[in-house]
Each structure stands twice: as C-alpha cells, then as structure tokens.
Ligand binder design. Structure first.
Ligand SMILES: Cc1cc2nc3c(=O)[nH]c(=O)nc-3n(C[C@H](O)[C@H](O)[C@H](O)COP(=O)(O)OP(=O)(O)OC[C@H]3O[C@@H](n4cnc5c(N)ncnc54)[C@H](O)[C@@H]3O)c2cc1C
Length: 491
C-alpha cells in the first residue's frame, strides 16, 4: 500500500544509534524540522528492553562529555555512569597483574571532564532519546528507508514501516547515520576503503554472573601465549557485565546462554561463580574502513556509515557523535540562510579526523595483539581533546580551528563567568574585548581585557563556533564580519 502523503521536512535522519540521536537532539534544539527513522522495532526505539541494543561502545571520551554537556545530558550521563574500574589480570586463579587504564585526573578550569566515563551504549542512547523527547522529538521505530532519489531542491525518500506500508517524504537533506552496513552509502556508490580482518573476531555479550565481584574489570589470560581468554567488565548501575572473548579462526560462533556459561567456566576456572543470564550477544569482527566522500549532493554520511574502527581505544561511538555535532550546526545555519558552501566543510573537516582516528585505533589494536601494555594507555589523544580543525576551511587567525577550552573570565561589569556556561546552546559565542554588533545567532559577551586566559588571549575577538571550536581569532572587525558572512545564519 502506498500512501500519497508526501511530507516535507528539512532533514531526514536515517538510523537512531548514537550518531543519529546526537544529530536529532542538536537539530531539535535549533528548531529545524526533521524526522528520524529507525529500522529496528525493539530495543533501539521503545526503551522497553533497552538491553537489546547492547553495551557495545561503552567508553565516553572527555571530548564527547563536553558535547553532552552542551546538549544538556551530562548530568544524567554522569549520574548513571562511572569511571573505569581497575583491571585485574589472572592466570588461572592467580592474580598476576593489576592496572588502571586511566590515571586519575582532577578537573581543571580548562578541562572539566578529564576522565573517560563508562556507560553501556544502550543507556547512552536511552539518555539521548529522553533528551530528544524533552525537546519534542521522537524516533520513528520500525520504519526503514527503502530507497531515495535526489534532485536540485530536495531528496525524495521512500519509507517502509513494519507492516509493509510505504510513504514518501521530501527532505532538503538526508543524513545516513545508518551504521557500518549503510544502505545509503552503498546506494550512493561511495567506496568503503580499508580492510576486514576476518581472523580477528570476538564474541561479546551482556551477562549476569552470580558470585563474581564487581570491583574490577577481570581478565583471564593464557600467560604462555600472552593471549586473552576472557574479559568480564562490570557495567555501571546495572547487574550485568560485558563479557568479551576472542573467537578462533574457523569456529562457528555460538551465542546461546549455554555457550557463554561453558566459555566462562572453562576460561576462568572459577567454581563459585557462574553466568546466569545473557541479555544481548554479538560477534565483533575487526573492520578498519572509511569512505572517500562524506557527501553526495544533498546526502551526508555520519558515524559508522562513514568509518568503522577496531574497538581498541574506544573511538568508534565517540567519532560518530562528533560527526553529528559538526554537521548539526552547519545544517541549521544553511537552512537559516548561511551560504550552502558551509556544508562542504563537513567533509573537509571530518575526513582527516576519521583517517587519523582510524590510524590511532589500528595502532592500539596491533599493540594489544602483541600483548603490549602501552595498548592500554589512555591520554589526551584517545580522549579526543587534541582533535582540532587547524589549517581547515573554517580556521582563521592564530587559534582558529582549536578546541575552545572551558575557563573563567570577567565581563566588563565585573561579573565572573564560566565559558562553557556561555557556550552552552545552539548559538555562536563571541568573546570580545570591545563592543561590536553581530548577526542573530551570535551571542556577544564583552569581557575585561586580560581576564581571558588559557587557550585565549591577545586578540579583541574570539569567535567560538556552536560545536565548541574557535572559528576566528582577530583584532579586526572586518575579518570578523567576513567570517560571520560565511558561517552564520540570517545574512
Ligand atoms: C559488538 C560491538 C562492539 C563494539 N564495541 C565498541 C567499543 O568497545 N568502543 C567503541 O567506541 N565502539 C564500539 N563499537 C562500535 C559502536 O557501537 C559504533 O561505533 C556505534 O554504534 C556507531 O554508532 P552509529 O550511530 O554511527 O551507528 P549504529 O549504532 O550502527 O546505528 C545505525 C542504526 O541505523 C539503523 N538502520 C540501518 N539501516 C537503516 C535503514 N535503511 N532504515 C532505518 N534504519 C536503519 C540500524 O538499525 C541502527 O540502529 C562496537 C560495535 C559492535 C557491533
């Protein structure tokens, strides 16, 4: 049955993983008209059985926490998440090594969230879905994108629901946040270049284990071969653990509860602990691939649809969140009247980031495969705080393209302010040492000269993009106006 009720919207998002949800929350707070559709009927969408989408990407990097601060979900993420526990390694029943993946770091003025947080992915998604609901949005579950075409003005997409009913939608832009097997990427004929390591597979499952302590990420190894046998990580504020174990080449995976019970008993040798339930299970095959284009006309790719990583270093989910965060404000600005060319900068900025993160996670994976302890090293690089767009198309001036750090300053009237409080929201923020007029969508704060420190200082104007990077740093009102004409809506 075909309904002839072509709806017209600005953006159609396909996929409600962390990437699609981040974009949806960002567009919702910008007042952009959009729909977000998700093929899965359960788990992903309705929250009845959140475990069905699994704990998968469980590390939220410091930079992602800053994004979540801006999107209004940081309190819930912190309330329900936890820092990583210690890792305790056993050879049989003997503990042989204890380590922390993350050195304790105190928050500073510049970096309020220095530590990675653990959250099962199903909960991160749930928190984003709840935020979307607060903003008046909703994921349409059990609805898949069947096909699409595009012309000069819009994309025409055919959506099919679980009952087989189809409807068409006209959207100014289509965003494929539809995961590693992206049908949108394939339909666009975009190459997914890289390698699949068929022999490097892992089974992963969320399990309940009776009799196992929850104070550490417990890992059993074969000390002679320096190989992982099984790792069991307690997931914060749940009664489950994420269990991972390598899968030998040629072995058919068995994802039943009985198989997890046998594996746990055999690889840990524990007699007083046993797996009692399996709430989600999957096989993870190492795929290291990325696209050679992020955009074809009115269609964009984001997240796993554009790049897939090894799990080493916990970069996958985080990179997808930041793709969405980079794209959201640009879509909002162009729909609000900024030049269309702003959208070209999405690919220009994000493709080099994906390439460098792919390199980082592959390096960590290769080190882990050799049993090297440095594979566990986590720092500013894995925390994604060093990521920047310096030298890119939107970086102007001495500090253009750098992350805009948090910090403290004083307004001209002496009021003390925290910078992230000024940045929070969908607007640009102009930190100025003298009054200046700016277009709608730019909040101007006149600060006392000298009160801006850290990554700032020395210039009359620091323009902070809505995604928390410095756009232009300059003393010239002309430079500032030229820059805003390229990026800000309403001109
Ligand atoms: C087993 C496993 C373990 C992982 N472990 C880690 C880890 O330890 N650390 C880490 O950082 N990352 C990890 N990842 C990767 C992480 O889960 C992904 O990077 C993340 O989910 C990507 O988010 P996304 O939103 O881009 O895509 P996805 O989460 O894949 O979401 C895409 C969504 O699109 C939907 N969809 C697809 N096609 C259509 C269509 N035609 N119409 C409608 N909807 C559609 C899908 O149903 C899906 O819900 C793991 C992944 C897996 C599978």
């Amino acid at each position: 049955m075909t309904r002839d009720d072509t709806s017209r919207i600005d953006v159609l998002i396909v996929g409600s993983g962390p990437t699609g949800l981040t974009l949806a929350v960002d567009l919702a707070r910008r007042g952009v008209s959009f729909r977000i559709v998700e093929r899965d009927a359960v788990g992903r969408g309705n929250g009845d059985q959140p475990h069905l989408s699994g704990s998968r990407g469980k590390g939220l990097q410091p930079r992602t926490l800053e994004v979540f601060d801006d999107l209004g979900v940081i309190d819930e993420i912190r309330r329900t998440g936890a820092h990583y526990p210690v890792i305790r390694v056993y050879a049989g029943r003997v503990p042989v090594w204890k380590a922390s993946m993350h050195k304790w770091q105190e928050p500073t003025d510049a970096v309020p969230y220095p530590m990675i947080m653990m959250q099962p992915q199903w909960r991160t998604e749930q928190i984003l879905r709840d935020r979307l609901a607060e903003l008046g949005g909703k994921v349409e579950t059990g609805v898949e994108l069947a096909e699409f075409t595009q012309d000069e003005d819009a994309v025409t997409a055919v959506l099919r629901d679980a009952a087989g009913a189809v409807a068409t939608v006209r959207a100014r832009y289509l965003v494929g946040a539809d995961g590693g097997r992206s049908t949108i990427r394939k339909a666009l004929g975009i190459g997914f270049v890289g390698e699949t390591r068929e022999e490097e597979r892992m089974i992963i499952g969320d399990v309940r284990v009776e009799g196992l302590a929850r104070d550490a990420w417990q890992v059993w190894i074969n000390p002679w071969r320096r190989q992982l046998k099984v790792a069991v990580c307690p997931l914060p504020h749940t009664d489950t653990f994420q269990l991972t174990a390598p899968l030998a080449p040629g072995v058919e995976p068995d994802l039943s509860l009985a198989a997890f019970q046998r594996l746990f008993a055999a690889d840990t040798g524990l007699r007083d602990a046993r797996v009692t339930a399996l709430t989600w299970a999957s096989v993870y095959r190492v795929n290291i691939r990325m696209v050679d284009r992020y955009r074809v006309g009115r269609v964009f790719l984001a997240g796993d649809a554009a790049h897939v990583h090894s799990p080493a270093g916990g970069q996958g989910l985080n990179t997808g969140v930041q793709d969405a965060y980079n794209l959201g404000w640009k879509l909002g600005a162009v729909l609000g009247g900024a030049p269309e060319s702003l959208l070209d900068t999405y690919e220009q900025e994000r493709m080099p980031v994906a390439a460098s993160i792919l390199g980082l996670s592959t390096r960590l994976l290769d080190q882990a495969n050799k049993g090297a302890r440095k594979a566990l090293k986590r720092d500013e690089e894995t925390g994604q705080l060093l990521l920047n767009y310096r030298g890119g198309p939107l970086a102007v001036g001495e500090r253009g393209g750098e992350r805009a750090p948090d910090g403290r300053a004083r307004l001209v009237d002496g009021t003390p302010v925290r910078l992230f409080d000024l940045f929070r929201g969908p607007h640009f923020t102009l930190l100025a040492t003298r009054p200046v007029t700016a277009p709608e969508g730019v909040r101007v704060h006149v600060v006392r000269p000298g009160s801006l420190r850290g990554g700032y200082g020395g210039h009359a104007f620091h323009l902070v993009r809505p995604d928390g990077y410095l756009g232009v740093t300059t003393d010239s009102e002309g430079d500032l106006a030229d820059y805003l004409a390229r990026v800000a809506p309403g001109r």
